[in-house]
Design a protein around this ligand. Structure first.
Ligand SMILES: Nc1ncnc2c1ncn2[C@@H]1O[C@H](COP(=O)(O)OP(=O)(O)OP(=O)(O)O)[C@@H](O)[C@H]1O
Ligand SMILES: [Mg+2]
Length: 479
């Protein structure tokens, strides 16, 4: 097959330039020419040249203005600026704007051929480096996403298949199974990877602020809106937005989200102007959305739109063969982080880990390994597992329903030595209540396999308040 010739677009109002180059170099390159900036910009999209020779002084748009416009294009061709003697003060400006070379007129054909070859060679090298870099990013991504079980292999396969598509992906799975890692992988393996990845946790942002957070607001839209602010959708333009805990999005916002999904447009809070965005949407939830639809807490049309592809992450207890791989990965991670050298665990400990039921999934395993590394002894695993297991009540036990009364109690007072010696009724009782509350929340979370929505219902507190308490009492993270 004959290789197509490299195509060069000459943008110059002086027709001699094009004539001289075609005469001297047409055996190696194909030349097309435009006589001013506007025509040149049009020809960039119609002719798709590999390289542009751009004159600086032209009637209408100057070469520098054309270059600024070219810079707005994705993957624009390399540009060599050409200018008459005396225009050399434009050199710095051109280089700042990203021109690859600067050549002064009059030039001879051999001289310009050397410049063209140099720029093309550098551009080829850059493309090869970019390609290698992106292959490395893919490898790195998988290096931190562990799992060789059949179920996880399938998950990885689907991620690779859909990452570079525009399909909306819904990621489902229990807490701690890796939903966020999957969302980040989908972005990382897509051609949007160099653009923003923004995460919004729909359960953690108060309902009345969520709309402003997602879609932005105009100055004066509400009390305190002193200036116009862009929302996450605008900030994520060309990139990916990850809507975590989508099941907690209020109904009135669900319809606005549907509009973004269908038309890629929305209006800021308090605004009138329609804003267009190009954003890929990925969602995650551990809620039963089908049930939420039945209870009219979730729109079915949104569900079907979000759910073009669903990725289910299996709980860790269903893939014990992944446990040793995860253990090795986390040992290495925390050895590196804390400068330790605990490289493996004994077989009895590993057996114990493989047969555990992991209510907090990979996050819980990671936290345990972190503690083992920090404390440098694997035997603590027995206590960690036992204390976690003890909290699981027999399935027939009924839960005392009570209103929590500790909103005012500062949980951190638990660690305050002075509290031991005080006779303040408020402090002493407050501390006891906080201890009881922590214990009860842990029990209910274990009972519900860390289904936080179910747990909040059983505890008769709001979901958000449960999230705060889990954080405050450090129930699933070890700082
Ligand atoms: N397959 C995996 N390989 C390596 N690390 C993992 C994997 N799955 C989860 N993790 C780690 O476990 C922790 C929890 O993962 P992640 O935050 O993605 O879970 P999640 O499903 O989003 O949980 P939640 O529903 O509670 O938000 C993270 O620190 C993550 O790095
Ligand atoms: Mg998450």
């Amino acid at each position: 097959m004959i290789k197509p010739k490299t195509k060069i677009l000459i943008i110059d109002d002086d027709p001699k330039v094009s004539w001289i180059l075609s005469e001297g170099l047409s055996s190696r390159f194909e030349f097309v020419s435009a006589h001013d900036g506007i025509e040149g910009l049009q020809m960039v999209s119609t002719e798709k040249p590999d390289l542009i020779l751009l004159d600086i002084k032209m009637p209408g748009m100057t070469g520098l203005e054309v270059l600024e416009k070219l810079n707005k294009l994705e993957n624009r061709p390399e540009v060599i600026m050409v200018s008459g003697h005396g225009d050399t003060n434009y050199v710095v400006e051109s280089i700042k704007l990203g021109a690859a070379e600067f050549v002064t007129k009059p030039f001879d054909v051999q001289e310009i051929e050397i410049h063209i070859n140099g720029v093309l060679e550098r551009s080829k090298l850059k493309k090869e480096v970019d390609q290698l870099k992106s292959e490395l990013e893919v490898k790195n991504n998988w290096a931190n996403f562990i799992g060789d079980s059949q179920a996880m292999q399938k998950v990885k396969e689907v991620i690779e298949q859909v990452a570079d598509s525009e399909l909306t992906v819904l990621i489902r799975g229990e807490s701690g199974t890796g939903k966020e890692i999957v969302a980040r992988s989908l972005h990382q393996l897509s051609s949007r990877r160099s653009k923003p990845f923004l995460k919004v946790n729909c359960a953690a942002i108060p309902r009345d602020l969520l709309e402003a957070e997602l879609f932005g607001y105009e100055k004066g839209a509400f009390t305190g809106a002193h200036k116009t602010k862009q929302g996450r959708f605008e900030l994520a333009h060309k990139g990916t937005i990850f809507l975590d805990e989508i099941g907690d999005m209020p109904l009135e916002l669900q319809s606005k989200l549907l509009q973004v999904l269908e038309q890629q447009e929305f209006i800021r809070v308090g605004g009138v102007q329609t804003i267009h965005v190009d954003v890929r949407i990925i969602c995650a939830t551990n809620r039963n959305l089908e049930q939420a639809i039945k209870e009219q807490g979730f729109r079915d049309d949104l569900f079907y739109r979000l759910n073009e592809i669903t990725i289910f992450l299996p709980p860790l207890r269903n893939r014990p063969e992944d446990v040793p791989l995860l253990v090795t990965h986390f040992l290495q991670k925390y050895n590196d982080l804390y400068g330790k050298s605990l490289t493996e665990l004994s077989q009895p400990v590993m057996d114990k880990l493989q047969s555990f039921h992991w209510p907090g999934n990979v996050r819980q395993l990671e936290n345990m390994i972190k503690q083992i590394v920090v404390r440098g002894e694997e035997s603590i695993i027995n206590d960690l597992i036992d204390s976690s297991a003890v909290n699981v009540l027999p399935s027939d036990s009924s839960y005392p329903v009570r209103q929590t009364v500790t909103e005012q109690v500062n949980p951190s007072s638990e660690n305050n030595d002075d509290d031991e010696h005080t006779y303040s009724l408020k402090v002493r009782i407050g501390k006891k209540v906080a201890e009881e509350e922590k214990k009860l929340i842990a029990e209910v979370l274990n009972k519900t396999n860390w289904n936080r929505r179910k747990a909040a219902d059983m505890l008769q507190i709001s979901y958000r308040s449960l999230l705060y308490k889990i954080k405050d009492y450090q129930l699933n993270t070890i700082k």
